[in-house]
Design a protein around this ligand. Structure first.
Ligand code: SAM
Length: 402
């Protein structure tokens, strides 16, 4: 049988036009203008980092060495990822590598650019090798279960009667997969974790079945170690909400279960674990932005082989569709720039943008440009949309497909 290919085209002009340094500066500048989560301390951090980078060659040299070392390790990352990784590494050191363990008050007094500059300078002077090691070995590892609510919803709409074998690439601690299993078992419909607009849409569909055989999670880092949990906690909060770390820690489910196995490996080695045509659904949630264009193409080619002929690839990221190409953006602070796309036989190999979220924390949702395409295929979605428009929060935003 002729296999359906999924050659996702990537629109990464920036990667090709700008030097690494220019891309790094541009990624920081975007976060200064529109800080993620509207967190003013994030903007101050990046302002301090850029100011230091201009006048202190140590930052420039450090970044060059990190890029070189990551290249040698075959683990290069995008400049956008390197920029946010820098912030996460500093936060991790402040939280877990100083005298007070898990010092959730560390950012309370960091209210100026100068205060953040002092923090960075102190780390450069006193913890340079730790900084270098973390910047070369780590990837940002957040794990936000709410991100999987939209995926669960679309699966309920597209394949309510099919038992699904799902592969979640870059699952981190697999909290999203575990939440989806609870949904499939009727135990939880994201009610506890989602805000009204998404809750309404899901609530409206909760009678539809979601049948899941298993969700296999893949991640290069292990979810079993204390160190990785600390890294996850440092990455999952902004300086402004770092006080919530203890509640997050208490919510994290460490142990995998039979339906949510985790394999700790890199995407490059997937073929060693699976045979062709094994999965109905493949998910990349907040993962592809970390990979360079060459790594993305290699990874998509690899996973396409594991996907069944009628399978669907889900991609969720701060990204846009340009024609049929997928481009990754640095506009993490701009509302509704975090989006859910699908591709596969159903879309005839095109990329469909189904949902848009207020941020990568996925508290609010509105329909994506191509949601109407599944509307025309599945009549049942009409009642979801009508509910969406009735919803007060959703109505704050304009909809193009009433
Ligand atoms: C930002 S987290 C996203 C976690 C989860 N999917 C979510 O949406 O909440 C990205 C994860 O992808 C993993 N990752 C990135 N590149 C990888 C690779 N080449 N092989 C395996 N895991 C990778 C990282 O270790 C990290 O845990």
């Amino acid at each position: 049988m002729l296999r359906v290919q999924h050659p996702i085209v990537f629109d990464d002009e920036q990667e090709e036009i700008f030097s690494n340094d220019e891309s790094f500066i541009s990624a920081c500048e975007k976060r200064i203008q529109k800080p993620p989560n509207n967190d003013s301390r994030m903007a101050l951090f990046f302002s301090a980092l850029l100011e230091l980078k201009k006048k202190d060659s140590r930052i420039h040299d450090l970044l060059s060495l990190v890029r070189l070392r990551r290249g040698e390790l075959n683990d290069s990352v995008t400049e956008s990822h390197l920029c946010i990784l820098f912030m996460r590494v500093v936060q991790y050191i402040k939280l877990y590598k100083e005298e007070v363990y898990e010092n959730v008050n560390y950012a309370d007094m960091l209210l100026t650019k100068d205060a953040w500059r002092d923090v960075i300078e102190d780390i450069l002077a006193n913890k340079y090798s730790l900084l270098f090691k973390l910047l070369t070995e780590r990837k940002v590892s957040t794990n936000i279960p709410d991100r999987y609510a939209g995926i669960a919803l679309i699966l309920k709409i597209l394949c309510p009667n099919k038992e699904l074998n799902i592969l979640d690439l870059g699952c981190s601690f697999h909290q999203g997969g575990k939440k989806m299993i609870q949904v499939s078992e009727g135990k939880d419909i994201f009610h506890t974790i989602i805000k009204p607009s998404l809750k309404k849409i899901i609530g409206n569909n909760h009678n539809k079945p979601l049948l899941i055989k298993q969700i296999v999670g893949i991640d290069k880092s292990s979810s079993q170690s204390k160190d990785e949990l600390e890294w996850l906690l440092a990455c999952s909060h902004y300086p402004g909400n770092v006080h919530q770390i203890r509640q997050t820690r208490a919510r994290i489910e460490i142990l995998p279960n039979a339906k949510t196995p985790i394999i700790n490996t890199t995407f490059q080695r997937l073929a060693e674990y699976f045979k062709e045509n094994e999965f109905d659904i493949i998910v990349f949630s907040s993962v592809l932005y970390q990979l360079t264009k060459a790594q993305r193409i290699r990874t998509i080619n690899l996973v396409s082989k594991l996907l069944k002929d009628d399978g669907i690839i889900f991609i969720q990221d701060t990204a846009h569709k340009k024609g049929d190409a997928l481009g990754f953006d640095d506009d993490v602070g701009i509302p509704f720039s975090y989006r859910l796309f699908i591709t596969g036989k159903l879309t005839n190999g095109s990329l469909w943008e189904l949902l848009q979220f207020d941020s990568n924390r996925c508290a609010m949702v509105k329909e994506g440009k191509d949601l109407s395409k599944i509307l025309s295929q599945k009549k049942s979605i009409a009642d979801i949309l009508s509910h969406m428009f009735k919803d007060k929060i959703a109505n704050k935003f304009r909809f193009s497909n009433p």
